[in-house]
Structure formats: structure tokens, C-alpha cells
Design a protein around this ligand. Sequence first.
Ligand SMILES: *Cc1c(COP(=O)(O)O)cnc(C)c1O
Length: 366
Amino acid sequence: MIKFLDLHKINARFESQFQEQFQQFLDSGHYVLGNGVSQFETNFAAYCGSNQAIGVSNGLDALLLIFKGYLELGVLQKGDEVLVPANTYIASIIAIINSGLKPVFVEPNISTFNIEPLAIKEQLTPKTKAILAVHLYGQLCNMEAIIYMCKTHNLLLIEDAAQAHGAQDDNDVRAGNFGDAAAFSFYPSKNLGALGDAGAVTTNNEELATVIKQLRNYGTSSKYVNERVGFNNRLDEIQARFLDVKLQSLDSDNDKRRAVAKQYLQHIENKKVTLPYYNGTKNHVFHLFVVLVQNRDAFIKYLKDNGVEAAIHYPVAPHHQNALKKYNTLSLPITEKIHRNCVSLPISPVMEAFEVERIISLVNAY
Ligand SMILES: *Cc1c(COP(=O)(O)O)cnc(C)c1O
């Protein structure tokens, strides 16, 4: 069986370095917000090209802390509208709602799966205060158009970079460094994945960084001095150390993902399978390789019967979930088509050539 994602194989490559880090961690006697976290923050900020990286508990909390930080600073007010792609993972939307803000669903582009700048324009109101740009499946959004729109309409630009660690544009600007602030998740399956939950915020705004550092640690400015009613959203020390080890291989891992994607794109030829758009640059890190197939259950069963595990990201559109009842009646035809037909083929930095070839010939024979 070719697994959809072999996490053990991904992490086994780092086993001896992890063990070394664990020993250092144990010996340090400093188990929360120690050197591991600050070292990783320094290295991850440098990697993204941003002034600040703040390690936090997970990707959802990274998004929440950005919104709550802006509320604390008075830059956002409760009830403000945040534009968000309708086909994102639901965490992006939950973060907006749980911060007391209002999500406004925007249709994606059917080829890139990313938020469509022309559709953004249609949703602008005087209450629109921010765009949450999600680099879905690892591909950068059309940042030029989105940055222009944010400038002309005075909107905050927040990136959900949970699937796009290391994606970069032609000027080498990386995900996490395009807007006012960005949220990363290091959930184990992400391109940079911990061995548990972890996340980070990147920003060049020192004021916001200071507030978020306080909020993640009960609102504390220095020991037992509380400036705000904060949370416990700290990045775990051991996860930070593991992430610091894996950060060194992120670029080469992303190269390997792109190599698999290029093979799929070059060699899959089947009218029933619509391949994803890719411009051939480093603007895509292929967190997922998503194709569109009508009657996808039959396709997934065919793959499974032939020893290949596929997945769906995601089976139900957020606005059709019970959790978002008041949005259930929205009509978002492009989003709905993607959610009806999307299938994720295996992709990872540890796939063997024969596995990729096997999948290509299977898909071509479908
Ligand atoms: C994974 C993910 C999140 C949430 O990250 P967690 O670490 O699981 O909380 C948010 N947004 C997107 C687009 C994601 O893929």
C-alpha cells in the first residue's frame, strides 16, 4: 500500500538529532519558553525574512493571537468584516469568529484554488477591515493584486501560511512576509511539522509582536506583571527544538515535493482528471497535490483497490458545516464544485520514484 503520507518515514530521517535535542532539553532543566523556543524563533524569522517570529501553541492560536492582538491595539473592532476564501480549512474561519469578527466568504479561482482578487472586490463594504489570504495547498495567493487592494482600501493583510512554509515569489519574498502578520501551523503533516502541536506568528510590526508575546503568556510583560487578559498559547520547548532541526531541511524537502508534482503534471494524462495550476516556480511548495475528478468516490476506490491511498481536502465546504449554520444557505458555486470533486494524491519529500511512477500509470489507466 502506498500511504497518503508516511509521517514516520519523514521523521525517522532526523532521529539521532531529535535524540540529541531531547537530551539537551532534559539536561537544561528549563522546560517552558527556554532556549529552544527563542532559538527557533530567531531561525524561523530569518528563514521567512521577517523581523519577528513568535512561537505559539498551534496554527489556530497563531491566527487568534493576530486578530486579538489587533483588537487589543484598537486597530480592529469587534464586528469588523474579514474577507476569507470560502474553500479554506475551517480553522481560518473559526479564528475570525472566535475573535468576535465577521467572516465574509470569497470565492476562489477554480485553477489556483486561491482567493480570487476580482471576487474580493465584490465583497468590499465600509466594514471590511482585513483580508485573510490563505496560501492553500502550498501555493502563494496572487499577492501583487491582493497587496494593491489592501493599500487602496486601507485593509490589513493577514496571511494564513499554515500550508505554505517556504513558498516564495520571483523576488524571493517568502510566505509570512507579504502582509502585516502571518500565521503558521507546525501540525505534524505540514511541510514543516512538529511531533505534536505547534505554531508561530511572523510580523514586521514590533508593536503587534510585543502584544502577541504578552497574550501568549497570560498577558504578562515581565514575570507576574500582567498588562492584558491573555491566554496560555506558548510554543512547547521540545517541539521548538525538533522544529529547529527540521527547518534546516525545509528547502530541500520542498524541492522534493516540487519534483514529485512536476512528474505528476508532466506524465498524468487523463481527460477525467483535471490537474492543478502551477507556474513552475518556487511559489508553490505542494503541501498537497489536488486534482478534480467527477464521481470522485469511484476514483478513490479504484486507487485504493490498486494499493494507493488518496485523501480529500476537504470533503465539506465550511459554509455547509453545522458549525456555521447561519451561512448554510450561501451559494458559492466555485467553492462547492471544488469540495465536490477534489482528490489529493500522495505527495511528500520521502516518496520513492517507483511509487510516483506507479501512481501516474494507475491514474492514466483509470
Ligand atoms: C492546519 C491549518 C490551520 C490550523 O493549524 P493547527 O495547527 O492545526 O491549529 C489553519 N489554517 C490552515 C489553512 C491549515 O491548513
